[in-house]
Design a protein around this ligand. Structure first.
Ligand SMILES: Nc1ncnc2c1ncn2[C@@H]1O[C@H](COP(=O)(O)OP(=O)(O)OP(=O)(O)O)[C@@H](O)[C@H]1O
Ligand SMILES: O=C(O)[C@@H](O)C(=O)CO
Length: 418
């Protein structure tokens, strides 16, 4: 019976949320994209938690709202008592959306009307260095606006005060539950949310510095029909003693496909280059002959696997920030190239893939035709191996890695956790 329904604004965010629920012992599935057929929902009702992975972080507002409404209807139809709107722990969004419009839409479709007060806004994820104090979001020791997120190509985050970021995205009032209230416990947080709600404050940014703070907030909102945040809040409630069955480890060749230019991914690429056979995508060659270039990469990977069948190969887009091209077509070209590599590599026996980057993961998983994933044991904060079946019926193990997540050695040692 599905209790929790997640709606994630990108693919890696979806597995991040799912990994948090899985870490609490919940049987958790991720549906990649809005399910098109009723048969896509087969088997989902056996899970405790289902996340629908959308690609709406930077989509036009109307589109983001439309697919969110449809995802919510599906999750409520599966029985989900609580909907969890998952956005980035760095609150990635533009002044016009999409976090506010998506939350507004989820509230409208909620027949209970979130009678229990203001809806919480909790991007804090201390395990990944994201904390919130007096409404200000920190990334490690830096305010969000001083972090590398300041230079994000699509959603540059130049302010850190969350109410100030959310207010332009919604007509509904935004308030704050400060850390002192969180310190006073779940009862105090609940009362404050109810008080804010009674005053017509619709959204409450809640401070959180530690895992204990998230546990407090999770306890205060356990009965809410709508909550929102990064994945930290989802891990907040008690763990079940009994763990779900492990996912199958699918034997086969291994590959890392990295389209992310984020700082953590660049570090992981640098580390992996010292240990794994690797190729950086050549954008000029791809522009000249996409098919031929992918065939060349395929032949190279085959040769690598022939001499060392268990050794992962790495294909990456960005080693250094200077590799990022301004050309508007470059991002789509990289996504297409990595998606085609994934299809070619799996045809040649690759069964374990680490995908780096939300857009990249979306493009690759869509090209492979994997409709859903079952989450396995956690691999680190926000990360887990997953199992899925592609459109040819081939079993695969996948990690969908958020750009800024994972230890520097992830691409070298993730395989040991399978
Ligand atoms: N050399 C390049 N020039 C221009 N764009 C590139 C280049 N290499 C990669 N890209 C694009 O940059 C984007 C990276 O986004 P992606 O979501 O995959 O990573 P991310 O933002 O680090 O991850 P996340 O969303 O999980 O934080 C992709 O669209 C990718 O195709
Ligand atoms: O919350 C996070 O930081 C990640 O899951 C994410 O959304 C990155 O795209």
């Amino acid at each position: 019976m599905v209790t929790y329904g997640g709606i994630a604004d990108d693919f890696t965010g979806a597995t991040d949320l799912a990994a948090a629920w899985r870490s609490r012992g919940l049987r958790t599935a991720v549906v990649l994209g809005l399910p098109e057929n009723a048969t896509d929902l087969d088997g989902l009702a056996d899970h405790d938690a289902v996340v629908i992975a959308l690609k709406i972080r930077t989509a036009p507002v109307a589109e983001a709202v439309d697919v969110t409404r449809r995802a919510a209807t599906i999750l409520r139809g599966l029985g989900a008592a609580q909907l969890y709107s998952k956005y980035c722990s760095t609150f990635d969004s533009t002044p016009t959306g999409n976090i506010g419009p998506v939350l507004d839409a989820l509230g409208e479709g909620d027949s209970t009307g979130q009678a229990r007060g203001a809806v919480v806004v909790v991007p804090a994820f201390p395990a990944a260095g994201r904390t919130v104090y007096q409404g200000h979001l920190f990334v490690g020791e830096q305010l969000l606006e001083h972090s590398p997120m300041r230079h994000h190509p699509l959603t540059p985050m130049t302010r850190s005060h969350l109410p100030t970021l959310l207010e332009p995205q919604t007509a509904r009032p935004v308030g704050l539950v400060p850390w002192a209230t969180v310190q006073a416990g779940a009862g105090a947080v609940r009362s404050e949310l109810d008080r804010l709600g009674a005053d017509d404050v619709r959204y409450a940014v809640v401070d959180a510095l530690t895992e204990e703070d998230l546990t407090t907030i999770a306890a205060a909102t356990e009965e809410d029909s709508l909550v929102s945040g990064g994945s930290g809040l989802a891990a907040g409630l008690a763990r079940r003693a009994e763990q779900p069955t492990a996912i199958p480890a699918v034997p086969g060749r291994r590959a890392v496909l990295a389209g992310s230019a984020s700082a953590a991914t660049r570090g992981q690429v640098a580390e992996a280059r010292a240990h794994l056979p690797h190729q950086r995508l050549n954008l000029d060659a791809l522009r000249a002959d996409l098919t031929g270039e992918v065939e060349w990469l395929r032949a190279w990977a085959r040769e690598c696997w022939q001499s060392e069948p268990d050794r992962p190969v790495l294909v990456y887009a960005v080693g250094d920030l200077t590799d990022v091209e301004d050309d508007p077509g470059a991002a789509a070209l990289v996504e297409e190239a990595l998606a085609r590599c994934a299809v070619a590599f799996t045809a040649d026996g690759a069964r374990q893939l680490v995908l780096a980057g939300g857009e990249t993961s979306g493009a690759v998983a869509t090209a492979l035709g994997v409709p859903a994933l079952t989450l396995g044991a956690p691999l680190g904060p926000g990360l887990a191996w997953a199992h899925g079946v592609d459109r040819d019926g081939t079993d695969l193990n996948l990690v969908l890695k958020s750009g800024n997540f994972g230890t520097p050695t992830l691409f070298v040692d993730a395989w040991e956790a399978l």
